[in-house]
Ligand binder design. Structure first.
Ligand SMILES: C[S@@+](CC[C@H](N)C(=O)[O-])C[C@H]1O[C@@H](n2cnc3c(N)ncnc32)[C@H](O)[C@@H]1O
Length: 317
């Protein structure tokens, strides 16, 4: 829960962001970016990725080439029925990937920042994306999806600022994956000395392949993604992990705490196992553990209120 002081702090940080300061750097503790620092810094820069694509043709061209390559990898691995981008930002990558996907593929995306998800939704609308895309907030450390629920899960520089949390994040991504997990993240081990120095300084992730192998996961591809890299100081590496999980039925979105099914009741998502309600804010399900309200009486009270309304009686609260 955010305190009054935190609220003031955010207001102050917004001013610092406008002055061009690096917010993650201001909030970094012992060389590590906390989830709070990541959420605040990315939320404050909401809209910046879209603006860069709209105002910089070279950036737009690079993005189009990158996303075509990402889709090429996905389509060469399998014919997915569902694809999730974890840490979707403003959907500037997802939107390019979708262009190359079969129209029947169901797409999912989540991000720690609500504002970025809201921008992502606007960007997909503006680009007239016709695919079925489900967006919500969520954390890489507590992914709001059921086990083995998505055929292909990919990340694009979202594990990047989470240096020190690589292992729990990879476990979560793997848990949700049914067929392939694709990590497009800074390739620390494959990078030149100056790039490594910068990655360390910013608290970026490292050692993803080694961690996957130590967990017993089957790494089938690991190499630099683009040659030459679009950003030599932050070259992208691709790591593909194969998983053979059984086909499952049921919804993809799940309670982030228990990974159990959610029910839509009264314009919110209720977890009967966790006795917790997750709000839907302006149409965006808020599925971070912190977003949950413990409300064991919610379905009962909701029924009483609905019954009263049917009878034309008003509730007093
Ligand atoms: C560098 S941006 C990349 C965005 C997008 N994947 C793309 O390719 O344009 C990193 C994104 O990951 C999100 N992110 C970072 N850490 C996260 C976490 N622990 N849980 C959920 N999202 C996270 C950030 O909020 C941000 O939107």
């Amino acid at each position: 829960m955010m305190s009054e002081r935190d609220g003031y702090e955010l207001f102050r940080l917004k001013r610092s962001y406008r002055e061009g300061k690096n917010i993650c750097q201001l909030l970094r503790k012992n060389g590590k970016n906390t989830e709070h620092a990541i959420e605040v810094s990315y939320d404050l820069q909401s809209g910046a990725y879209i603006a860069a694509l709209e105002h910089n043709p070279e950036r737009a061209r690079q993005k189009a080439a990158y996303t075509a390559d990402v889709a090429g990898v996905i389509n060469s691995l399998c014919k997915p029925a569902s694809v999730l981008e974890a840490g979707i930002g403003e959907a500037t990558t997802l939107q390019g990937v979708i262009k190359h996907m079969d129209a029947r593929v169901k797409m999912y995306g989540f991000d720690i920042s609500w504002s970025r998800v809201a921008y992502a939704r606007e960007w997909l609308r503006k680009k007239k994306v016709r695919h079925n895309v489900v967006l919500c907030t969520g954390s890489l450390l507590h992914i709001p999806c059921a086990d083995n629920s998505v055929d292909v899960v990919y990340t694009s520089h979202s594990i990047e600022p989470n240096g020190g949390n690589e292992e729990p994040i990879i476990r979560e991504l793997y848990r949700v994956t049914r067929k392939y997990l694709i990590l497009l993240e800074p390739g620390y081990e494959l990078a030149a000395a100056d790039a490594r120095k910068r990655m360390k300084l910013h608290g970026y992730c490292r050692g993803l392949k080694k961690i996957c192998e130590s967990l017993g996961y089957r790494v089938v591809i690991h190499r630099l993604f683009q040659s030459p890299p679009a950003d030599p100081l932050n070259p992208t590496a691709i790591t593909v992990i194969k998983k053979d999980a059984k086909q499952r039925s049921g919804n993809v979105l799940a309670c982030p705490r228990l990974k159990t099914p959610l029910e839509e009741i009264g314009g919110a998502l209720y977890s009967p196992k966790a006795l917790t309600v997750y709000p839907i804010l302006l149409g965006i399900p808020c599925l971070r553990v912190e977003n949950g309200i413990i409300a064991s009486a919610y379905p009962r009270i909701r029924t009483i209120r609905a019954d009263k309304r049917k009878q034309g009686r008003r509730t007093s609260w």
